[in-house]
Design a protein around this ligand. Sequence first.
Ligand code: ADP
Length: 618
Amino acid sequence: MVVHDLSRPRAPRLPRWLGRPGFHVFLTGLLMVLGFMLAHRLSERSGRDQLSALSTERLELYASNLAAELGRHASLPSLLAIAPTLQTLMQAPGDEAARRAASQMMARVNVRAGTHQIFVATPQGEVLAASETLTPPPRLAEAVAQGRVHFFAADPSTGSTDFYLLHPLRQGGVTGGVIVVRFNLAPLEATWVDLGLRSQGERILVADEQDVVIMSSVQAWKYAVLDHADPSRRKALEASARYPQAVGRDLELPVTLEVHQGQQVSLTLPGASRPRPMLAQQRQILPLGLRLVALSDLSEVRQRAQYAAWGGAAFGASIGLLVLYLSSRRRALRQLTQAQAALRQAHGQLEQLVDSRTAELRQTNEALKTQIAQRLKTESELLQASKLAVLGQMSAGLSHEVNQPLTALRALARNSIRLLETGRADAVAANLQIMDDMVERMSRITRQLKSFARKADEAVTGAVPLLDSVRNALVLLDHRSRPMGLQTDIDIPEGLQVRAESNRLEQVLVNLFGNAMDAMEPESIRRLRVKASADDAGRVLVRVQDSGPGVPEADLPHLFEPFFTTKPAGEGLGLGLVISAKIIHEFGGTLRAERLPDGEGMSFEFDLAVAPAEAADV
Ligand code: ADP
């Protein structure tokens, strides 16, 4: 029988390999790698985005600073152009007094405006008047010729980058000179250096239209070529004389950087041995032809991504371990459920077994009860049958027994009538006495017979005088004992009472005496001894001994078997001893047979309980 637990839905069975330890190690490893990669990627991307946003913001700030710084004095040259002093100078460029007056005016304006230098030059670059003694920048004539309003040039002595604002001075439609206002961008640059130092991770550079770095928070980068310069280009750059020193090394930055869009570049910082990953972003300042580039160090982002990656790996590993835990828990639960199901199944089987065994036992019990009932019925019927058999045997003797006294009674009655006629009353009285005795004898026989034939109540026992029972039994067999001249030897104390039921005890005795007579019939000596005595334990041992030939040794074990008889058909039923043994057993005793030595006959003995003398007779 298979018992299924229907109260809980069964979890779907997972493939077996899912539960293997190898698979869990593999899964944990895979999750670690995935966690590592994913966390690294996400962290790097978010770090880059953050850095890029920050950098863009700064770039805007720097660009507006630069534009503001440069635009602050944008209108100064045009204002100066209308100054009368300069008009006068233009009218007489060679006049020393006009030059001096112009120089003095420009020196004052220079101080007040906070510019670096202000001067007036000829279109060929020759200085006419100036705020101070100076050397004009190399590109001045070229710029004037090109009609430019501003340009950058490096100061050859300090190396700082200067910004020049130009405004032509016209005289009668002809450009007679040019006003030049010079700014020094060193203070702005210094703030960048300062900022770069503070923020550590960020570097700023400004490249001109020739892709040469003209300002930078990193001093070593100044006048370096942004991308790469071959010898001819380098030569041309140097020939332009716009830069104070020979054009420096190549930064190898891609010049095609997209505006605002970060690009990762690899750059070796001054003093560092290895290139570092940097995020490059640029913003163009179109009117000035400049581009502002911010380079942010990605090392920190990388570092953080590295940490995040290990965190991701740890997370992946914990998920793997969690899966392992859940799977082993699930396995343990499944085993528990299986064990419970097996237990339930075993229990169910046991119950079924017990039920079937109980049913079998009940059936057997019923069958036994039926058998017992049948047996009891059969026994009772057999008992009655055996009695009837004894009665049958007795009936012949009885008729003789009764007929004789009847004949005698008739003779005595007739004799008494005659004696009365003759007046012999005393003889009549003697006759009547004899007749009374005879009637008494006959009535005793019939009484015994009647009580014997009655089916006794088996359960009732009482105190039975043993001697009376023996005598009654002998009376019942008198018709047999007398013709055969049976000698009886009764040795039973008067008044000895046993616990029994008188009828059935007499039945036993009749049986034993009858068997003894049967056995002694062919013998010459026919002696029957009946002996009884009480012992100290309250038991009475009754012994019936005959002088017959005894039971052959081979037959002894079969004596108490039903239907064992040696008598011819019609005479013996083979039930007498069986029933006698049963009756004695019911009285609480045992019937035993014993062959007396030297062919002295048989002895049957049984024991009964002594009944107290005062107990009621049954
Ligand atoms: P039945 O008398 O009908 O044969 P019993 O059970 O009374 O049945 O006796 C069984 C047999 O035991 C008798 O047939 C007889 O052979 C033997 N038996 C019983 N009593 C004696 C005895 N006193 N002496 C010899 N044989 C006996």
